[in-house]
Design a protein around this ligand. Structure first.
Ligand SMILES: [Zn+2]
Length: 79
């Protein structure tokens, strides 16, 4: 009876650079009240929102940045 052999391919997980990849999105959250700023493709928007939020609530000093980044496996060598 012949032995079965299996070949495996290496895959490398990388941030998705494809033309149709979902854009990376950023959103800032106030840790004190858990309010979120606008979700957008520019991290700077969250920084501006946090600055405005601090003006309204001077005691809200800590913020959490959430980043949504799509990854894709790229096929590599056969083993
Ligand atoms: Zn707040």
């Amino acid at each position: 009876m012949p032995r079965r052999s299996y070949r495996f391919r290496e895959y490398i997980l990388k941030p998705d650079q494809a033309a149709d990849a979902e854009p990376t999105r950023f959103v800032m959250q106030c840790v004190a009240c858990e309010f979120f700023g606008p979700k957008g493709e520019d991290a700077e928007d969250g920084t501006e929102w946090a600055t405005e939020h601090l003006k309204q609530r001077p005691d809200h000093l800590v913020y959490r940045e959430h980043i949504t980044r799509t990854y894709r496996f790229e096929a590599g060598e056969w083993q």
